[in-house]
Design a protein around this ligand. Structure first.
Ligand code: GDP
Length: 444
């Protein structure tokens, strides 16, 4: 159905084979196609614009990993930025408040609000053992309250008895009170929608909010919402104040660009996604999966990831063990330097590893940059095996010999030794916390 970004990028991917850093031209050419792909995935125009500019700033000058083409590198950067912008993984509904915790569901008509209300009630009941009460505040659609009652029967969750002629605000008050008296942990208010946003709807939502003090206000939106997503999310957030988003119909053909649009304008997390009509078709949100889907580029992303990981698992395990024991000698340092060199330098590798920012800074402050690889390897190469295994042996006369052998001087050697000491200390500290293996694996 969609022309994949991969197909579109074809000529760019093949045409550009430059090495080293991404040029302005590489980035611009690739971003033109990324822009089209995002628009086609239903990401709102204003969000696409600011997103592309952000990526452009990041991408120009970024190191290109060996064996990867510039266009692919751009896609990887785009993907990572998308994931970052989509926000946290699986942020749960927050029930951390005195019972009954009120969850208010808002959104347009037909967005899947009532269905999602039932799904969430079922989930909280089945998985968290919560006692839930649901109430429909939709007094405009005659069948709405009855629809929720039937869903309640289906998922075996209590619904507030229907009283004809009550206003939404009165039903909300009654629901909270019934929740309190009935010892319910959670009360979910399924509000009325409209076909479009209008003033009376916003006033009604604000009034309901006032009388029910919801702990969560979830905006339910169809994943196929296109350019309207921004307006929708912004209006609800500004007028009612939302705490999270639920995207429905993620089982459909849509690429889910609305997730990015709505997240971008509200900064609120996507908490759940609806993936079907059945009551258990509700899933946690995984930013990475959605980013893959928006771009339709999962293969390129994993290709780049693999290229960046010329990782020998056994070596990684051995290194982790060494770190834990605090033994990280100059042979190990040389290994790492070589590995980094073969992967296109620090910028490239570090940029692609999540959580490596701090490490990168630490290493940079220890004088560890791409230009020094060669010199440092030359220094280590001029040492004897014994010296590499035990840097403490390196007194003045030995340093003089090594400086001559590597075409450097004592200062360069001292700098290397200092860096090694700092890394060894850092690794020992990390190893001690039991995290060393995981973090360092990416470095080898
Ligand atoms: P409301 O007007 O916002 O309360 O919307 P409803 O809950 O009545 O849902 C409208 C239609 O969308 C119903 O036919 C639902 O079964 C369907 N629906 C809701 N969520 C999903 C979903 O995640 N996937 C699919 N395929 N259909 C859904």
């Amino acid at each position: 159905m969609f022309e994949s970004l991969q197909e579109r990028l074809g000529s760019i991917l093949n045409g550009l084979t430059g090495r080293g850093a991404l040029s302005e031209a590489d980035v611009s050419a690739a971003l033109r196609e990324v822009r089209r792909a995002l628009l086609e995935a239903d990401v709102a125009l204003e969000v696409v614009r600011s997103f592309i500019e952000k990526v452009r700033e990041k991408a120009v000058g970024a190191a290109v990993v060996k064996s990867i083409k510039p266009g692919q590198m751009v896609v990887k950067i785009v993907h990572d930025e998308l994931v970052a912008m989509l926000g946290e993984e699986g942020k749960a509904i927050d029930l951390n408040a005195p019972a009954p915790v009120v969850i208010m569901m808002v959104g347009l008509q037909g967005s899947g609000k009532t269905t999602t209300t039932g799904k969430i009630a079922k989930r909280l009941t089945d998985r968290q053992g919560k006692k839930v009460l649901m109430a429909s505040l939709d007094t405009r659609r005659p069948a709405a309250q009855e629809q929720l009652r039937q869903i309640g029967e289906q998922v075996k969750v209590a619904t507030l008895p229907i009283v004809a002629g009550q206003s939404p605000v009165d039903i909300a008050k009654r629901a909270v009170q019934a929740g309190r008296l009935g010892g319910h942990d959670v009360v979910i208010l399924d509000t009325a929608g409209r076909t479009h946003i209008d003033e009376p709807l916003m006033v009604e939502m604000a009034d309901i909010r006032k009388v029910s003090s919801p702990h969560e206000i979830l905006l339910v939106a169809d994943a196929l919402t296109g350019q309207d997503a921004v307006n929708l999310a912004r209006s609800f957030d500004e007028r009612v104040g939302i705490t999270g988003l639920v995207l429905t119909r993620m089982d459909g053909d849509g690429r889910g660009g609305a997730a990015l649009s709505m997240r971008a304008v509200t900064g609120k997390p996507v908490k759940l996604i609806g993936v079907g009509e059945k009551m258990d078709a509700l899933e946690e949100f995984h930013p990475k999966r959605i980013a893959d889907r928006i771009l339709g580029m999962g293969d390129i992303v994993s290709l780049v990831e693999k290229a960046a990981e010329t990782i020998d698992a056994e070596k990684a395990a051995a290194m982790a063990k060494k770190m834990q024991s605090g033994k990280f000698d100059l042979n190990d340092l040389a290994d790492q330097l070589r590995q980094m060199q073969s992967m296109g330098g620090m910028g490239g590798i570090m940029g692609m590893m999540p959580g490596m920012g701090k490490m990168k800074d630490q290493m940079a402050s220890a004088g560890f940059d791409d230009k020094m690889f060669k010199q440092q390897l030359a220094i280590i190469g001029s040492m004897t095996k014994a010296e590499r295994g035990n840097p403490d042996l390196l007194k003045h006369s030995r340093k003089k010999r090594i400086a001559a052998g590597s075409g450097t001087d004592a200062a360069a050697i001292n700098k290397l030794l200092k860096m090694h000491r700092q890394m060894a200390d850092m690794m020992k500290a990390m190893g001690g916390k039991g995290k060393g293996g995981g973090m360092m694996r990416g470095l080898m």
